[in-house]
Design a protein around this ligand. Structure first.
Ligand SMILES: *[C@@H]1O[C@H](CO)[C@@H](O)[C@H](O)[C@H]1NC(C)=O
Ligand SMILES: *[C@@H]1O[C@H](CO)[C@@H](O)[C@H](O)[C@H]1NC(C)=O
Ligand SMILES: *[C@@H]1O[C@H](CO)[C@@H](O)[C@H](O)[C@H]1NC(C)=O
Ligand SMILES: *[C@@H]1O[C@H](CO)[C@@H](O)[C@H](O)[C@H]1NC(C)=O
Length: 288
């Protein structure tokens, strides 16, 4: 900033040699104090703040520092584009702000534990936000169906009021970590499974999904499967015996048949399997 106050003649007499150096110095000063901030992203963030009702918790989103230094905001240091937006646990009551769609370099959005209401907008996905790989909307009051565009690699929608079936687009290999627990989702979730998929963690607990678990192929990397509290029928896939489970729960469904026996499933107690129609074998009573 001091460079701007230099006597004008210094710049004019030696423009050709000095100016490139001045530009480089200015650029590095801007970067090191976090002042570099894309102008239209800053305007979009102020529109987001306004749509959230200008909550006191976001009073630091003002022009005293560059927008890349605002709480919950990170930028790409080269471009000044906003890459992360976190408005976490601030008890904010509003719809998801449409201005987020203008932050097209976002990689990560975390709006968890507020009181956001209304539907999930279709721009929250890699169609509109090409670099988006992380989206948390858990612990809000969002309702309606899941939009087909919401195919985000690491996606959490836990604890909302979402209803209806999963969109057919969720059959594609889009997810590594998917948490849809504690909603009112219905229908077939078997489309999420498949041998070749990258899915590692799947949480569907406490919804109304209804499908035949015995017919799914477990993704190679899956080590978290929590589907308790649904209407899932059929049997537990035999391949479950050979997996190194970090978490596993199929309780409170309509499952039947023998529990696959393996090194990891042997560590499980009855609460991993309880409340089904006719599962049998260790740790439940023996099959007839
Ligand atoms: C602007 O943000 C700074 C923190 O970055 C804060 O100290 C200041 O109070 C804010 N100004 C207003 C008017 O809210
Ligand atoms: C920042 O943006 C540039 C230009 O788009 C890109 O090449 C670079 O990988 C980005 N940096 C990070 C850390 O994402
Ligand atoms: C959240 O906001 C509501 C309504 O403004 C208020 O009644 C409630 O006490 C707040 N909760 C917390 C934890 O601040
Ligand atoms: C499995 O889920 C049921 C129902 O949600 C719960 O009561 C039980 O504690 C869970 N067991 C394990 C091992 O997670």
């Amino acid at each position: 900033m001091q460079l701007k106050n230099r006597p004008r003649h210094v710049l004019t007499t030696t423009t050709t040699t000095v100016l490139p150096a001045v530009i480089i110095v200015l650029a590095s000063v801007a970067r090191s104090d976090g002042a570099l901030c894309d102008k239209s992203d800053k305007a979009a963030l102020l529109a987001v703040k306004s749509a959230l009702g200008n909550p006191p918790a976001l009073s630091g989103w003002n022009s005293t520092v560059g927008c890349c230094s605002w709480d919950g905001i990170s930028c790409n240091a080269t471009t000044g584009r906003v890459t992360e937006l976190t408005v976490f646990a601030l008890n904010i009551s509003a719809p998801v702000p449409a201005a987020i769609a203008r932050l097209t370099a976002l990689q990560s959005i975390n709006l968890a534990y507020n009181r956001l209401h209304g539907g999930i907008p279709a721009f929250l996905g890699p169609h509109a936000l090409r670099d988006l790989t992380f989206l948390r909307l858990d612990g809000n009051r969002l309702s309606g169906p899941i939009p087909p565009t919401l195919t985000v690699l690491d996606l959490s929608l836990v604890g909302n009021r979402l209803s209806g079936p999963l969109p057919a687009s969720f059959r594609a290999d889009s997810f590594a970590d998917l948490d849809l627990s504690d909603n009112q989702l219905t229908g077939d979730a078997s489309l999420l499974f498949g041998a070749g998929k990258q899915l590692a963690a799947l949480h569907l607990s406490r919804n109304r999904f209804r499908f035949d678990l015995g017919r799914v192929e477990l993704p190679e990397a899956i080590d978290i499967l929590e589907v308790d509290g649904n209407l899932i029928y059929g049997s537990i896939p035999a391949a479950a015996a050979a997996r190194k489970w970090l978490a596993f729960n199929v309780s409170d469904n309509q499952l039947c048949g023998p529990i696959p026996q393996g090194r990891y499933t042997h560590r499980f107690g009855p609460s991993h399997f309880a409340g089904n129609k006719c599962l049998c074998g260790r740790p439940l009573p023996p099959c007839a």
